[in-house]
Design a protein around this ligand. Structure first.
Ligand code: F0G
Length: 454
């Protein structure tokens, strides 16, 4: 059979509240055109994020009942730790309430004024935490990774030549080298095992620790298995282990590829650094055997890690994206190709060419998609990345709109509805106008800023 089915049955459902286009026009105006300000009951299909929004399995719910809430030494922690170490063989696994808490601890320890931290592309919270420490983040993804139309199989790869030059130039001020798998901000694009190994080698040559932001490690491993020469006959867990074996640490949002509704961790090999991180954890998150999570959450994550590396799941997961990307592509909607892991990315700068980057074409598209179809997406472009710590504003590398798919949550009819919505958008897109920002905070403005239509 050629049809790739959802490899699960549905045991418990949540109703979707239907809304009309008139209602949505009123709601988005009241939200000052920021989709983060909407109530989620007012959204039909919520593709704002794949973070913590997925469906847990029956075995994860069963694991929740098994959770032990002891303050210190809970068996839930040891099951969680064993599940992490089975895939990512780090000496120290430090649980946090989500990924950004792990980032905050890491950059409090290694960041600071005058320091520079390179990555393929830092995600927004990563960059936010780096900048909050006084350091600077630099994105060194390969050129193909900034070209939505390039069909390179590993568009998340680090530009190794640039990394070498960068380290030769800024060496003393660089405390660590990072790589994000998959490259979320760059279109959910994967990083090859070869590139991960080469990045680690260059980092180590300059005496720098190499840290992986592993949020979507399983999707990345699926792309390695299906696209990288010589990897086809290997298991997903083996590929995952190879990716992390060359790293000195990782940050993780367990709300992505651990099937959690909440959770994260910081893993490290260095004993001294881990000790400092745990001291920090106790101040800000909790005791090292729960670190900001309930015992039941740790058990749900342990089970989730066993499920996320299942090939039937990953095949279906990636096929959902490819299904939508292929249809949008056939309709002439410019999408980031090839399809990424967790999301479909639409190139709003190209599709709404009448709107200049500093008038936020991605925001215009995301607002129109909500009004027309009740689908919530997120701008990943100049709103998110355009404002700099020195107060200047420049266009981001790309103006994308991301449709991120919660794991195991929506079905193919939802996908068909989204494709139809883009058909409607195609009719009106040339008349869409840009926005201006009328109120914004200093850091990470996209979450809370207010817009006015131009
Ligand atoms: N790193 C990456 C690559 C991410 O995608 C995220 C979260 C984080 C770190 C932070 O993790 O949310 O658990 O604190 N990304 C979500 C998203 C929010 O919508 O892409 P967190």
């Amino acid at each position: 059979m050629k049809t790739i089915i959802e490899p699960f049955r549905i045991k418990s459902v949540e109703p979707i509240r239907m809304t009309t286009r008139q209602e949505r026009a009123r709601l988005i105006r009241a939200a000052r055109y920021n989709l983060f300000a909407l109530q989620s009951d007012d959204v039909l299909i919520d593709l704002l994020t794949d973070s913590g929004t997925g469906a847990m399995s029956s075995l994860q719910w069963a694991a929740i009942m098994r959770g032990d809430e002891s303050y210190a030494g809970s068996p839930s922690f040891y099951r969680f730790e064993a599940a992490v170490k089975d895939l990512m063989p780090f000496a120290h696994v430090i649980p946090t309430h989500q990924g950004r808490a792990a980032e905050s601890i890491l950059f409090d320890l290694l960041g600071g004024p005058g320091r520079r931290i390179p990555s393929n592309t830092h995600f927004d919270t990563t960059r936010g935490n780096i900048e909050a420490s006084g350091a600077m983040g630099d994105d060194l993804v390969i050129d193909e990774g900034r070209d939505p139309a390039s069909e390179h199989p590993f568009k998340g790869n680090m530009d190794l030549a640039r990394l070498e030059t960068y380290l030769a130039e800024h060496g003393p001020s660089v405390p660590l080298v990072m790589t994000t798998i998959t490259n979320n901000a760059g279109g959910g694009q994967p990083v090859s095992l070869e590139n991960i190994r080469a990045t680690a080698e260059i980092a180590h040559k300059y005496g720098k620790p190499f840290v992986i932001d592993g949020c979507r490690f399983a999707e990345n491993a699926w792309f390695i298995k299906t696209r990288e020469p010589g990897q086809q006959d290997r298991t997903i867990p083996d590929i995952v282990r190879d990716c992390f074996a060359v790293a000195d640490g990782m940050t993780m949002s367990a709300k992505k590829d651990a099937f959690g509704n909440i959770g994260g961790w910081l893993a490290l090999n260095d004993d001294d650094l881990a000790e400092q991180a745990r001291a920090h954890l106790i101040l800000s998150e909790g005791f090292p055997t729960y670190g900001g999570l309930a015992g039941r959450d740790l058990d749900a994550l342990a089970q989730g890690l066993a499920e996320i590396v299942d090939e039937d799941y990953l095949r279906y997961r990636i096929a959902t994206n490819a299904y939508i990307v292929d249809r949008l592509d056939a309709m002439g909607v410019p999408v980031v190709k090839p399809a990424g892991g967790h999301a479909v990315f639409v190139d709003a700068r190209r599709w709404l060419a009448q709107i200049p980057p500093l008038e936020y074409p991605g925001q215009a598209l995301a607002v129109a998609l909500y009004e027309i179809a009740g689908v919530r997406s997120v701008e990943i472009g100049t709103v998110m990345f355009g404002r700099h710590p020195d107060g200047t504003e420049t266009p981001a590398a790309m103006d994308l709109v991301r449709l991120a798919f919660p794991r195991r949550t929506y079905t193919q009819s939802h996908a068909d509805y989204i494709v139809e919505a883009f058909g409607e958008l195609a009719r009106v897109k040339d008349d869409l106008k840009g926005y201006r920002i009328v109120k914004e905070p200093k850091l990470m403005r996209h979450f809370t800023c207010a817009f006015e239509p131009l």
